[in-house]
Design a protein around this ligand. Structure first.
Ligand code: PMP
Length: 430
């Protein structure tokens, strides 16, 4: 193995830090969780990234989930180019918005009406505002280790970068803004029952990553989601599935289809934008009609429903209608997960493996990971070694233990086998 050279990235990182806080526009990109210098990307094609030094990597980050079809899929690129030529923003309605709305609705029947926004954060922020407006209640239940974007009131015991950087609660958020947020352990239905039995009629909504993907990948325990559905029904609480990561990822219809549970509201992002900035929230018509201009709950956006982003989303979702896509993804993801598990077992490295569809995770811990507390027991030092070992061999995993591995439709059998072989070498250094 020849050591990769990243001189240009190192230089760019220094330069970036002089004009951008930490040199990055989203914290986890700075490699804080694993140390070292982030690689600066020049281009992406298929399942690979090329950095500015010319190194090529098999990419398992996929822009943190959106790129289920890989980088620069020619079918998407063509449609986006055509869209750009027609003008990039109008601030007026287009038929494209209807098309994307219908494609989402078809896949997720719980979504009767949908509103497009520009990010997952906007989607969750708007969904909880709507839930509060609808129920005329203030309290929100979220779960430790779940990340719903950087919404003030949801940055409490949040996963993803907040966990990587050890900042479960961010400064800059007045205590008054989070006093209505109740944070409970994930996968613990008794905790939800206990709170709701006392305060059920004060709670506007429960927001949950129905398959958690921001403390690593943590699937819901048996009957957990059904339990949430039952409790929320009983107390008139709006159940919000945050499917920003899982929507069109774990299955065409998301977690709600996979586990057959119908939430009241769903938040989406990532895949529905086909790699462009899109978020959305949708659900029951009678709740969604509470949004302005029909209802009194205000929410707006200059670039919401942007024609270029809508086009990328439409092109992506049209391709994902073919069930064969998910069959292929399942096969490859299974192959990768099984291979990584075998490598750990053969080398006697304690690890706990999870997978739901094409989201998977190798936790470096000997105990099962079922919630935030157990996720945090992982050996993050070992993860950092794993990360750098793989990077040096041309495999780009998330620079944090508390993130998912994403497989795309263009990760072929060869790339997966190469990945497992490289991990076989790296594991000896752990
Ligand atoms: N919800 C979930 C479940 C997410 O994974 C993310 C982002 N990783 C968000 C919300 C926030 O989305 P965005 O980064 O687009 O604001």
């Amino acid at each position: 193995m020849s050591k990769i050279i990243t001189e240009k990235s190192k230089k760019a990182f220094l330069d970036a830090q002089s004009v951008i806080p930490g040199g990055v526009n989203s914290p986890v990109r700075a490699f804080g969780g694993v140390g070292g210098t982030p690689i600066f990307i020049k281009s992406g094609s298929g399942c690979c990234l090329t950095d500015i030094d010319g190194n090529r990597y098999v990419d398992y980050v996929g822009s943190w989930g959106p790129l289920i079809l890989g980088h620069a899929d020619p079918r998407i690129v063509k449609r986006v180019n055509e869209a750009v030529a027609n003008g990039t923003s109008y601030g007026a309605p287009t038929e494209l918005e209807i098309q994307l709305a219908k494609l989402v609705k078809e896949a997720m029947p719980s979504i009767e009406k949908i509103r497009m926004v520009n990010s997952g954060t906007e989607a969750t922020m708007s969904a909880i505002r709507l839930a509060r407006g609808h129920t005329k209640r203030d309290e929100v239940i979220k779960f430790e280790g779940c990340y719903h974007g950087h919404v003030d009131s949801l940055l409490v015991q949040a996963g993803s970068g907040a966990t990587t950087l050890g900042m479960p609660n961010s400064p800059g958020i007045p205590g008054d803004f989070v006093k209505h947020t109740i944070s409970l352990p994930y996968n613990n239905i008794d905790a939800v029952n206990e709170v709701c039995s006392r305060r059920g009629n004060e709670i506007a909504c429960i927001i949950v990553e129905a398959v958690a993907g921001n403390m690593g990948v943590v699937p819901p325990a048996k009957n957990y989601l059904a339990g949430l559905r039952e409790i929320t029904k009983k107390y008139g609480i709006v159940l919000i599935f945050d499917e920003v990561m899982t929507g069109f990822r774990v299955a065409h219809g998301g977690v709600q289809a996979l586990y057959n549970i119908t939430p009241d509201l769903t938040t989406l992002g990532k895949i529905i934008g086909g790699g462009l900035p899109v978020g959305a929230y949708g659900g029951k018509k009678e709740i969604m009609d509470g949004i302005s201009p029909v209802g009194p709950v205000y929410q707006a956006g200059t670039l919401s429903g942007n024609p270029v982003a809508m086009t990328a989303g439409i092109a992506t979702l049209e391709i994902l209608k073919d069930n064969a896509v998910y069959k292929g993804l399942e096969e490859r993801s299974k192959q990768l997960a099984a291979g990584m598990e075998k490598v750990c077992n053969d080398a006697n490295i304690p690890a706990y493996h999870t997978r739901v569809g094409s989201m998977l995770c190798t936790f470096f811990t000997s105990k099962p990971v079922v919630d935030y507390a157990t996720a945090k027991l992982c050996d993050t030092g070992r993860y950092a070694k794993f990360f750098h070992g793989m990077l040096e061999r041309g495999f780009y995993f998330a620079p944090s233990q508390f993130e998912a591995v994403f497989v795309s439709t263009v990760h072929g059998e060869k790339e997966i086998n190469d990945t497992i072989a490289a991990f076989g070498e790296v594991v000896k250094t752990l």
